[in-house]
Design a protein around this ligand. Structure first.
Ligand code: 1CP
Length: 349
């Protein structure tokens, strides 16, 4: 039997720690307002409509694949979508807003652990369409938020500023904090397993607010729930191969030794830590993803290229997926992103 093109792609090879033909590259938040094609759709639809309409989510996911020539697509959606399915009202304008935040035991008890096939069928339908429409050699990445990060949004009531309410809950009422994180781990494990069953070929867990945590607090409030989610995804797959799992924790320089123990197959490194320093801490052959500073994309090309070459040099010959160290910024010049993809592809390892 011949290997399907996506399974043999450089992105999937790098996820497995195998040799690649060219360094694979994709970008966190590669679909979004910096692209004119995205803004054209955004003019006519709200963000939630875009997430909930499979045709639109499919089209937006394909936009950066066509425009940039990246090696992987990431499903257009948001980490807060399964939170709405748990029974909370979630609005976007444009960042998330949760009018009734979760702050008490009664609030946590009222949340359900939803069945994704019932509550988010539009996500699964977009995945099935994308598998039909994506080029055969471009894998599709699904994603979710880490329990800690979602809990931060749920306790705070939204984004925009550094959240403090979840951290306060951990100190004031640890049992309620654990109960919330428990429900989120179960919800997200089921959500990712459903995405994998619908056809995504890799998944990424975003732990944006890991940046709030001291190393010992990370080991108490985030790490065990990520580990549990990953174990549940493996259990759901039985003896089948599980799609590679990528884990990204923002500002995780001080946490790297622990962040490498989630059980994820690939570690996505924040832009603040040089990849060679990250490699020394995590050791071994764990594939690393990252980690250009998203602001470098605003530089003139020669300067941007210099920054990209530093990342490529620091990655060395170990398994590496080129990416940013956090999401693409809103006014990023598209031409620079395109040139960067070509430059990474031309790189000789
Ligand atoms: O008006 C708009 O265009 C909405 C802006 C927007 C977009 C394009 C939001 C609201 N979400 C998204 C899409 C999105 N979000 C993707 C799409 C796939 C891709 O192209 O990468 C992904 C993976 C996310 C994940 C996400 N949402 C994260 C984790 C990644 C990160 O950046 O750290 C987080 C923290 C969110 C919450 C969120 N959703 C939207 C905003 C503006 C925010 C940040 C809120 C805040 O904390 O201030």
């Amino acid at each position: 039997m011949t290997t399907p093109a996506w399974l043999d792609s450089d992105f999937m090879r790098a996820c497995r720690g195998e040799p690649v033909r060219r360094t694979p590259v994709w970008f966190m938040r590669q679909a979004g307002r910096y692209m004119p094609e995205y803004r054209a759709i955004k003019e006519k639809s709200s963000f939630l409509e875009m997430c909930r309409t499979p045709d639109l989510a499919t089209e937006i996911t394909l936009q950066p694949v066509r425009a940039l020539g990246v090696d992987a697509a990431i499903l257009f959606s948001d980490i807060l979508i399964p939170v709405a399915a748990m029974g909370l009202q979630v609005e976007f304008n444009p960042g998330p807003h949760i009018p009734q935040p979760v702050r008490s035991r009664a609030d946590v008890d009222a949340l359900r652990v939803p069945d994704p096939t019932e509550t988010v069928p539009f996500v699964l339908e977009a995945i099935r369409r994308l598998r039909r429409e994506l080029p055969a050699n471009v894998p599709l990445i699904g994603f979710c938020g880490a329990p800690w990060t979602l809990a931060c949004y749920m306790a705070e009531g939204g984004g925009g500023k550094e959240p403090s309410r979840m951290k306060r809950l951990c100190y004031e009422d640890p049992a309620t904090a654990d109960a919330l994180l428990d429900k989120l781990a179960a919800t997200n494990a089921a959500y990712l397993a459903a995405q994998i069953a619908a056809g995504v070929q890799a998944v990424q867990i975003f732990d944006t607010w890991a940046s709030m945590l001291h190393r010992s607090d990370y080991a108490r409030w985030s790490l065990p729930y990520v580990q549990r989610m990953i174990a549940m995804i493996h259990a759901a797959a039985g003896d089948q191969d599980v799609a590679p799992i990528i884990y990204f924790a923002r500002e995780s320089g001080a946490l790297l030794a622990d962040v490498a123990t989630t059980g994820a197959d690939v570690l996505s490194v924040d832009w603040r830590v040089p990849l060679d320093a990250a490699r020394r801490i995590v050791g071994g052959a764990l594939p690393l993803q990252g980690n250009l500073d998203p602001w470098a994309l605003f530089a003139p090309w020669e300067e941007l290229r210099r920054h990209a070459d530093v990342v490529l040099r620091q990655a060395g010959t170990q398994p590496h997926i080129f990416n940013l160290g956090h999401g693409i910024l809103q006014e990023t010049p598209v031409d620079n992103v395109r040139r960067l993809v070509d430059h990474v592809h031309a790189h000789v390892r």
